[in-house]
Design a protein around this ligand. Structure first.
Ligand code: C2O
Ligand code: CU
Ligand code: CU
Length: 493
């Protein structure tokens, strides 16, 4: 039955591609169009106010504004503590943090901490709505290894619009391991928030979203900067790559094809650095790379085309020019993370998720009132994700995972570390060893979903509860547990 469905799915895809003429899709590109005239903006590092009890307080205000992306033209945008994007937040494992999230937007929004392990009521998903004029005050203790995370709205049906208009920012979690890497913010530790955009002729952000994947832009912003360059003054620079685009995937390399060291995936540092010259990131994914530079050279950070749909596109992203004298820095240690790779026990529960062209997971659209999965808190499971049509990716809240295999084969080298979001190529099965968080709450769900924001908004999302082990069968009071159970694998318990 499963393989029959798969073949029907593939057949349908071929048919649709054939009919739409997508087979002869032209490569979208900005190559040759740029002049690299604008200094790369570096988001401000937000200083917390530390209270007498040691809690670090941060204030984030979601607001409307105006931004000049294209010279002489003004766009209406949204931002956090500014007109476009938000400040970077740097914290350490073990820190107690508290946020004031103020909503000065014209309507409801939420703010989600993508990649954060925290209680579900603090997660900022679709249930933690902040009305216009209100302030939301989540707080928690940072309880995970060093990683590059990000924050963005997660409002039911409108995440694409809110993120596209500019609501997003970076979070850097540090620990003893991460301190061995270049860490001078804006000098040798540099955020690169990559977003594709469509502009109208008068320089406004066009929200045209008529593709299967929503808005696919033909221009690129890095940290909200159009046509950017960066002057580098250090011989070794750590770039924190964040794909904060609505749908587009990037395949990062340099114009001179130099190699670099991949040091972290979404959810943390690798055990050992890996020498590579290409890293692919789909929406929501992050990677940290360390690049070596010589004095007085130039290179361009580039995204190579790697397929069709969200993978189609060849872009110059950022010109890098180095100073005539560079400051040295310590070599990258051979041993990076002290956290062992995620392993699941032999008898781990296996759950299956089927992603289809109609933006459904296991034949269902998101329902805020329905619980799709109940998972014992603190456990490890295998989640098997099948993609039956189009490109999708898969993100799990409050979890970290390791990609076990893609169609039975080892995953590409750039996605073997700790992750929380993974690309699921068309027609593929990806198996994940998932480590769940440890904050049981039978009343508040976490989300899993496709991070192509139009798909998420269309309902390609499910909800899971983390509950005290042994209480899985108790039906939550406020929410309805999914009664169909039809999608679940029969598992002798
Ligand atoms: Cu980046 Cu559920 O989100
Ligand atoms: Cu998330
Ligand atoms: Cu999708």
């Amino acid at each position: 039955m499963k393989s029959y469905n798969r073949w029907m799915g593939l057949l349908l895809v071929l048919l649709v591609f054939g009919l739409a003429g997508c087979g002869k899709e032209e490569t979208v590109t900005n190559v040759g169009k740029l002049h690299f005239e604008n200094p790369l903006k570096i988001p401000q590092l937000l200083e917390p106010v530390t209270a007498s009890d040691g809690v670090k307080h941060f204030k984030l205000t979601m607001q409307t504004g105006k931004t000049e992306f294209l010279s002489g033209k003004t766009a209406d945008t949204w931002g956090i503590n500014g007109s476009y994007l938000g400040p970077s937040i740097r914290v350490s494992n073990g820190d107690k943090v508290a946020f004031d999230v103020v909503n000065h937007l014209p309507g409801i929004s939420t703010l989600h901490w993508h990649g954060m392990k925290l209680p579900a009521v603090m997660d900022g998903g679709p249930h933690q709505m902040i009305k216009a004029g209100d302030t939301w005050k989540p707080h928690w203790t940072i309880n995970q290894p060093a990683a590059t995370l990000w924050y963005h709205p997660h409002i039911q049906g409108k995440t694409a619009q809110h993120v596209y208009r500019g609501l997003a920012g970076m979070i850097m979690i540090e620990d003893q391991d991460s301190q061995k890497l270049p860490s001078k913010y804006g000098v040798d530790d540099i955020p690169l928030i990559v977003q594709d955009k469509l502009f109208t002729s008068d320089g406004q952000l066009s929200e045209k979203d008529d593709t299967t994947f929503g808005t696919l832009g033909n221009e690129i912003l890095i940290n909200g900067t159009y046509d950017p360059y960066l002057k580098v003054t250090a011989s070794r620079v750590r770039f924190r790559l964040l794909n904060a685009s609505n749908a587009r995937a990037y395949y990062f390399g340099f114009s001179d094809d130099r190699s670099y060291k991949l040091v972290a995936n979404d959810a943390g540092l690798l055990q050992k650095p890996v020498k590579l010259n290409r890293v692919k990131l789909s929406p929501g994914e992050r990677a940290e790379i360390v690049v070596e530079f010589k004095p007085g050279e130039e290179t361009i950070l580039h995204s190579y085309s790697s397929g069709s749909g969200i993978e189609n596109g060849e872009f110059d992203l950022l010109k890098i020019k180095t100073a005539s004298k560079l400051t040295g820095s310590a070599p990258i240690p051979e041993q990076l993370s002290s956290v062992p790779p995620i392993e699941v026990p032999k008898d781990a529960r296996v759950r299956q998720f089927k992603m289809t062209m109609e933006s459904k997971i296991n034949d269902k659209k998101m329902d805020m009132e329905r619980i799709d999965e109940v998972v014992p808190a603190g456990t490890k499971e295998i989640w098997e994700v099948d993609n039956f049509g189009w490109s999708h990716n898969f993100h799990i809240h409050d979890a970290a995972f390791r990609v076990l295999d893609v169609n039975g084969k080892k995953p590409p080298e750039y996605e073997r570390g700790r992750k929380d979001t993974v690309f699921i190529p068309n027609g593929s099965t990806v198996r994940l060893a998932v480590e769940f968080g440890d904050y049981p709450d039978p009343d508040s769900p976490y989300m899993y979903h496709c991070h192509i924001l139009k798909h998420e908004d269309d309902g390609m999302m499910g909800q899971f509860l983390l509950v005290k082990p042994g209480t899985e069968s108790q039906i939550p009071k406020k929410l309805q547990k999914d009664s169909s159970e039809s999608h679940k694998q029969a598992h002798p318990e």
